[in-house]
Design a protein around this ligand. Structure first.
Ligand code: APR
Length: 250
């Protein structure tokens, strides 16, 4: 067995409290493009023009036409992949306490994960900006953009735009987990967006073992990561799930 997989197995089976931090990379194998890197969303669409709250408030129709409409089509049909399923299995086996995700695609929940902290909110719910009514995204069609609530108000996705704060509860719970965990699995994030990218640093400062899964190194890899598992999340996490022995019953 590869040394780093073995090291990761030891770290995960020894740890009494493990959390995962995930990013767009974990959903690439579900057909959702990442935000950065070759073929990514921000290569095609300027986030300052279409993913900042000021841009949305100034011209919601344009943001829906250029960005949100396309995202909704992909997110409404995406299915969890082997990586999401492996993390859900780790939770069932008592190896993982929670997933802190930067993703708004609900794929961890669709894979069966119970404790998922949606650090950047979710696209699964649209909220009317006039009356506050929340509606499952799948119930809202894209015939006319921006989609309107029965009250005439404009719907916005319940996710965090640039320029907006992280939901208090998500931030509080994430900080708590990061400062108490003994191991953190960091999967498929470029670790460039704050405050999410701070969580592995906080965990490291509190003595946790940082296990990073990514096909390419990130700003964490050199100074924060203890065990770097190079590769795609689906293959690496399935490999890890196979390598962790299931304790004999009784
Ligand atoms: N498996 C694992 N990692 C992968 C895979 C894969 N199959 N494919 C790509 N990656 C890695 C890339 O190497 C990169 O490091 O996933 C990372 C994706 O980085 P980003 O696209 O920057 O995504 P993320 O870190 O989640 O972005 C953070 O930025 O745009 C905002 O709000 C948005 O939540 C997002 C935040």
């Amino acid at each position: 067995m590869e040394t780093n997989i073995l090291d990761a197995v030891h770290a995960l089976t020894r740890s009494r409290l493990t959390v995962a931090l995930t990013g767009a990379g974990i959903s690439v194998e579900s057909g959702i493009p990442p935000f950065r890197g070759p073929g990514s969303l921000w290569e095609k669409i300027d986030p300052t023009e279409f993913a900042h709250i000021d841009a949305f408030m100034k011209n919601p129709a344009r943001v829906w036409e250029v960005l949100m409409g396309a995202m909704k089509k992909v997110l409404d049909t995406a299915r969890p992949n082997k990586a999401h399923l492996a993390l859900a299995e780790f939770e069932r086996r008592g190896l993982l306490s929670a997933v802190i995700t930067q993703n708004v695609d609900s794929l961890h929940q669709k894979a069966g994960s119970q404790d998922v902290i949606e650090f950047h909110g979710t696209f699964a719910t649209l909220v009317c900006m006039a009356c506050g009514k929340a509606t499952p995204s799948e119930e809202i069609g894209l015939e006319s953009l921006p989609p309107l609530c029965a009250c005439g108000g404009i719907y916005r996705p319940d996710c965090v735009f640039f320029g907006e704060n992280i939901p208090m509860e998500a931030l509080g719970r994430s900080r708590e987990f990061a400062s108490q965990c003994e191991a953190m699995l960091v999967v498929g994030t470029s670790a460039t967006v704050q405050p999410a990218a701070m969580m592995p640093v906080l965990a490291k400062q509190n003595g946790a073992t940082i296990i990073e899964v990514n096909p390419t190194p990130t700003p964490l890899t050199a100074g924060v990561t203890d065990i770097f598992l190079k590769g795609n999340a689906g293959a690496v996490l399935s490999r890890l799930a196979e390598a962790i022995p299931i304790p004999a019953r009784g």
